[in-house]
Design a protein around this ligand. Structure first.
Ligand SMILES: [Zn+2]
Length: 233
């Protein structure tokens, strides 16, 4: 896949790109990692600057398709995959009403069609230089806090990521999505997606999907949007 398109041409945002239903705007960072075409160069520049300070900036996950997010959601909804409470402890969904189940899953998992990972502008990062080769990445806040292996990278990103156009949209807990210090976003491109993702667009994406708890989600969409999708608005 070529990555040399003009930024303007690459930044056209069509509905299928917002909801993770196309890969046409993406290019390969590695075998199993796709990024938006406009993000590749800035990311490589950030990675190079990090390398000069001894960090080996790696991407654990970047683009994720609608189908993949749907699978994650539905396996959690069916109780086949662990759902965590706000303290990161396993939660038993069985005793909750459907609305509470939906909100519990949303704390740690994006609604399919509404994940920033659909856009290719966002990624989860870690520092391979800080851990042994056989380290099993958890993506937990502890790893990025004082005493954790990626705290140093996290501090470096606080100071330098913005120079390269990157921000961390889930760094602070606003009561919606749990803090994700590993989540990095190329803000100018992500903003083009954010601008087009509204309630009407989300309704359309979900209304025709195989999403478990769909009716409860649609009935509570305004609250879900204000708590989990656009907490800043
Ligand atoms: Zn993420």
């Amino acid at each position: 896949m070529g990555c040399g398109l003009l930024e303007k041409e690459s930044m056209q945002v069509i509905p299928a790109m917002i909801s993770g239903k196309t890969e046409e705007h993406l290019c390969q960072l590695s075998m199993d990692c796709l990024l938006h075409k406009v993000v590749l160069s800035p990311f490589l520049a950030l990675k190079e600057a990090a390398a000069m300070q001894g960090y080996d900036l790696q991407v654990a996950s970047a683009f994720r398709s609608f189908e993949r997010q749907l699978m994650i959601w539905n396996t959690k909804a069916r109780g086949e995959r662990l759902v965590l409470d706000e303290f990161g402890q396993p939660l038993n969904l069985e005793n909750l009403c459907e609305k509470d189940k939906v909100f519990a899953i949303l704390r740690w998992s994006a609604l399919p069609g509404c994940s920033r990972h659909h856009w290719g502008t966002d990624m989860d990062i870690w520092d391979a230089a800080a851990v042994p080769l056989d380290y099993v990445l958890q993506l937990t806040p502890d790893e990025y806090q004082q005493g954790g292996p990626f705290h140093s990278l996290s501090c470096w990103l606080d100071e330098h990521a913005e120079v390269f156009g990157f921000v961390r949209p889930y760094a602070i807990d606003r009561g919606g999505v749990a803090p994700e210090p590993w989540h990095l976003s190329y803000s100018s491109a992500a903003q083009a997606f954010e601008a087009k993702l509204d309630a009407q667009c989300i309704y359309k994406i979900l209304d025709n999907s195989e999403l478990i708890f769909r009716d409860t989600i649609l009935a509570n969409l305004d609250e879900i949007i204000s708590r989990f999708i656009f907490p800043d608005a």
